[in-house]
Design a protein around this ligand. Structure first.
Ligand SMILES: C[S@@+](CC[C@H](N)C(=O)[O-])C[C@H]1O[C@@H](n2cnc3c(N)ncnc32)[C@H](O)[C@@H]1O
Length: 290
């Protein structure tokens, strides 16, 4: 069978099974060991018997709902590939927007200024370390997640200190200037797609009855770890959690500027608090220097 026909057939079958049809192309590129351009070039070739066998074996798993990232063992995030497995959340494109915003708004960052709560694959901590060129602290309650993130940090050459524990508990007093987190934020009784519920760790997904437990816990303890000249706090949130998480932040930090940012789909996705006077850190730095 020609590659183009195989792809079409696979996409149709995934659609019929209510799965994401784009996974077929992703899986095919992996089996053929080509990028998208390479796939386009080969579309009119015949699949070899071995290629067809490998494709079909994985395709059954895709049809059953397994994420393609688990078949491949890696997921892209902010231009880099991260090892993923059932112990960690597959990093999402929405979280790249959190990185972008943080990188744009921090200034004069040094080693150990940043803490990321809820390491997972290490996507946030590792990316911030590499983008900003500093050592980043990160905490996860899951030893298995930390093991994956440690391998990712080593493979990508990032300088990250890992702490196993509950939220901010392992972090010493008064040492942090930038706090970021994409905590578990799904409501306990929300029904999820089986690709998520069946394959991603529940520890990474659910944030208590109203999904807000982690925001309350982290914000309540944040004053203990932030130093006097802290810069910002930024959380990824669920689409309907913006106002309430923003209100938690303004209650705790009435002097700070707080706000909600939308993702590319127009949904509330990031809530932040920025200490007064540093909202435009990079611009201020430049003005200070002139
Ligand atoms: C939504 S995932 C985020 C993973 C990664 N930061 C990302 O954005 O792709 C949340 C992470 O929080 C971790 N976690 C759950 N409960 C925790 C707790 N009490 N303290 C610290 N981390 C926790 C989970 O193990 C999971 O890795």
């Amino acid at each position: 069978m020609r590659i183009a026909a195989k792809l079409k057939q696979a996409e149709r079958e995934l659609e019929a099974a209510n799965r994401d049809a784009s996974m077929a192309e992703w899986w095919l590129m992996h089996v053929l060991d080509v990028d998208r351009t390479g796939l386009l070039i080969r579309l009119s070739d015949e699949l070899t018997t071995d290629e067809a066998k490998s494709f079909d074996a994985g395709f059954e798993r895709l049809l059953a709902g397994e994420p393609v990232q688990h078949l491949i063992g890696h997921a892209p995030f902010y231009g880099r590939m991260f090892e993923v497995n059932r112990d960690v959340l597959i990093p999402r494109p929405e979280t790249e927007e959190l990185i972008e915003w943080v990188v744009e708004h921090v200034h004069n960052v040094s080693d150990d200024d940043i803490v990321d709560i809820g390491t997972g694959s290490g996507a946030i901590a590792i990316t911030l370390s590499l983008e900003l060129g500093v050592r980043v602290k990160t905490v996860d309650i899951s030893r298995e997640a930390i093991a994956v993130a440690e391998r990712n940090a080593a493979a990508l050459g990032a300088d990250v200190s890992f702490y196993e524990g509950d939220c901010l508990a392992p972090i010493a007093d008064d040492s942090i200037r930038i706090l970021v987190s994409n905590p578990p934020y799904i409501e306990a009784d929300e029904l999820l797609d089986e690709t998520v519920a069946g394959y991603e760790p529940h520890l990474a997904l659910f944030g208590g009855a109203d999904g807000l437990d982690f925001y309350r816990t982290i914000i309540a303890d944040s004053m203990r770890v932030l130093c006097a000249d802290w810069q910002l706090i930024a959380f990824e949130i669920g689409y309907n959690q913006g106002q309430v998480v923003k209100s938690y932040l303004s209650e705790r930090y009435p002097e700070a500027e707080t706000g909600i940012l939308k993702d590319i789909n127009g949904k509330d996705r990031i809530v932040y608090a920025v200490r007064e006077g540093i909202a435009h850190g990079n611009e201020m730095d430049q003005a200070d220097r002139s």
